[in-house]
Design a protein around this ligand. Structure first.
Ligand SMILES: Nc1ncnc2c1ncn2[C@@H]1O[C@H](COP(=O)(O)OP(=O)(O)OP(=O)(O)O)[C@@H](O)[C@H]1O
Ligand SMILES: [Zn+2]
Length: 587
């Protein structure tokens, strides 16, 4: 092989590919979405392979629980932006790289189609379905290739989404079993969020192994205040644990987790700008109500009936005592003794049910029976850093192929474990798109208008009917709002500005023709405001693919998803991934 000057760190990648392919690939511009478990590995691999122009985005800050597998982060980085710290750490591997970091959600309007078009390839290292679907849709709109990734324990997968292959939405997704940590810790919205908090977080803190003190006790010069806050919180819990034999133990725990911690959360006003804030509970009030309470039902009823707030309070105060006693007795014999949640342990299940329901009550979430809590208190999959590392490596291999236009060589790759297979990694040719997919089979347009002048009727009459020639019943939605349908055309004369369809917004139009299915379409318009434009500028392929019938449910799903994404905007959470134990994390 001819010699070529390369920094040592890039030599392996270049030798494997040949200098030309290596050079042409690493000159391209990449977007990496998510800088968590897979993202940290991926960014390290990318800069080590020589990629020199990368933007990264992550909305989150670094948590102590990330440190065991997200190796770009160290304890002095706790509470700092994942995106910014990942950039700084990666630059130490290769200072000649240009990395731009965004501490933000990928849902924000500023990350519009034009922004996505500025990249040659997008790599997802996310942990939730709504964000994955959003990036998938933006990549389709911008006509950019996407590499998707995910891991769960020893399993992982990398998929390649090109114009002529399946998009992320082509295959229906199984109901996800996991959720983001911030949802569990601060913003639960379903019973399972409360169950996970109770059994994996609180139970462990009170009766399990102690917190990772080494990670908490070091202080970073410029973040002394935040580290001090963390230490104070840990100290507060330790003090409470030290009082586990006190008759006031239940009160001490209760007032910390259901009163003071919630009051502290309420001071973070941004968190509650688009969601209902929790209501703290009052120990004294519930204690006096408990005295008037009828005895709890016994037998099957105790298990099947949903307890009232005061009944949950009663069970909380009753179950915490024997658990604390068991811990104390165990530790008297063995100072290392600790307990972990077991759904077949009656006292532990009572405690977790009561805590789940008290927390659910504060957040306005439906309470659950003890039976249901037992059923739902399931399965948490540990995050394994080696799995993340393998998956990130496989993503880089696919990136080189895509960036050299070797589309026929691209593979969807699966990291499998156990079973009959002898191979650890299996590959398959990326399947063709699903005809009925509402995302990749939709039309995408950029619509430039003066939003102060352009009306909804202009969209219907001029753009849709005249220009695009759609023929059928039209339904129009924006961010989960239905703004036009065959029975509701009141908004017709309103300007986009009045309808709050501003720069960067996306409009979804569904066209339904009962007589001729080939005239059914899903069309997305990304709105750009430009003062003085008359009447409009339309950019996109005017041959809109038909939306294959059968998919009335698909149309409904598109609408549901609109609502879902708009509700979750900027939060990035959803029916996603979940974990809480410090040594656990999933995608
Ligand atoms: N909408 C979004 N925009 C940008 N980044 C996102 C978005 N949704 C999720 N992410 C990021 O994707 C990353 C996924 O990585 P991973 O699952 O390893 O997260 P994590 O570090 O486990 O997070 P957590 O501390 O919540 O468990 C996270 O860092 C998360 O902040
Ligand atoms: Zn698709």
């Amino acid at each position: 092989m001819t010699s070529f000057p390369l920094p040592d760190r890039n030599r392996d990648a270049a030798l494997a590919l040949g200098p030309d392919k290596w050079r042409s690939a690493v000159a391209k511009k990449l977007l990496m979405v998510g800088a968590g478990g897979i993202g940290c590995e991926l960014l390290k691999d990318l800069v080590m392979a020589g990629f020199a122009d990368i933007e990264i985005i992550d909305l989150d800050t670094i948590d102590v629980s990330n440190l065991n597998r997200q190796f770009l982060f160290q304890k002095q980085h706790v509470k700092k932006s994942k995106a910014h710290v990942a950039k700084e750490s990666a630059l130490r591997f290769n200072p000649n790289v240009n990395i731009v970091s965004h501490h933000n959600s990928i849902f924000e309007d500023q990350y519009d189609v034009a922004w996505f078009k500025s990249f040659d390839l997008v790599l997802n290292a996310l942990d939730n379905i709504p964000a994955r679907r959003h990036v998938n849709m933006m990549c389709r709109a911008a006509n950019r290739p996407l590499i998707e990734s995910g891991t769960a324990g020893y399993l992982g997968q990398v998929s390649v989404h090109l114009k002529h292959t399946q998009c992320f939405d082509c295959e229906p997704k199984p109901t996800p079993k996991t959720f983001p940590v911030c949802t569990i810790r601060s913003t639960p919205s379903t019973p399972i969020h409360c169950i996970v908090w109770s059994k994996s977080y609180l139970f462990n803190l009170l009766f399990g192994k102690d917190e990772d003190e080494s990670a908490m006790s070091s202080s970073a010069d410029d973040d002394a205040q935040e580290i001090a806050d963390l230490k104070r919180e840990a100290e507060e819990l330790r003090n409470i644990k030290n009082n586990s034999q006190s008759p006031d133990f239940a009160k001490l725990v209760f007032e910390k987790i259901f009163t003071r911690d919630i009051e502290r959360l309420l001071t973070m006003s941004e968190m509650w700008s688009s969601r209902e804030p929790p209501k703290p509970l009052d120990f004294k009030k519930l204690h006096s109500e408990m005295k008037k309470m009828k005895p709890l039902p016994t037998g099957v009823d105790r298990n099947m009936k949903v307890w009232s707030l005061v009944e949950n309070f009663h069970v909380f105060t009753e179950s915490i005592k024997p658990l604390a006693q068991r811990l104390n007795e165990g530790q008297a014999k063995d100072s290392e003794f600790s307990m972990s949640f077991d759904k077949d342990d009656d006292e532990a299940l009572d405690f977790v049910t009561a805590v789940t329901n008290l927390r659910a009550h504060m957040y306005g979430i439906e309470l659950q029976s003890r039976f249901k809590v037992k059923e739902m208190a399931g399965n948490i999959i540990p995050a394994i850093s080696t799995t993340n590392a393998i998956i990130a490596g496989l993503m880089v291999l696919q990136a080189f192929k895509i960036l050299n236009n070797q589309y026929d060589d691209c593979k969807n790759t699966f990291l499998v474990h156990g079973g009959q297979r002898t191979q650890l990694i299996c590959g398959e040719v990326p399947p063709a798109p699903a005809k009925e997919c509402g995302t990749c089979q939709a039309g995408y347009f950029t619509l430039t208008v003066d939003t102060a002048q352009f009306t909804l009727s202009d969209l219907v009459d001029s753009v849709l009917t005249k220009d695009l020639g759609v023929d059928g019943e039209i339904t129009i939605n924006e961010s989960g709002r239905m703004i036009y349908d065959p029975d509701f055309d009141d908004n017709g004369p309103e300007t986009f500005e009045n309808l709050k369809i501003t720069d960067g917004k996306r409009i979804l139009v569904l066209v339904d023709n009962d007589e001729d299915e080939s005239k059914n379409h899903s069309i997305n318009f990304f709105v750009i405001h430009k003062a003085g434009v008359t009447p409009y500028e339309l950019d996109g392929d005017k041959k809109i693919p038909p939306r294959h019938k059968a998919k009335a449910p698909e149309a409904k799903r598109l609408l549901d998803d609109e609502v879902e994404v708009s509700n979750k905007k900027s939060k990035g959470d959803g029916e996603t991934v979940e974990v809480l134990d410090d040594d656990v994390i999933i995608l």
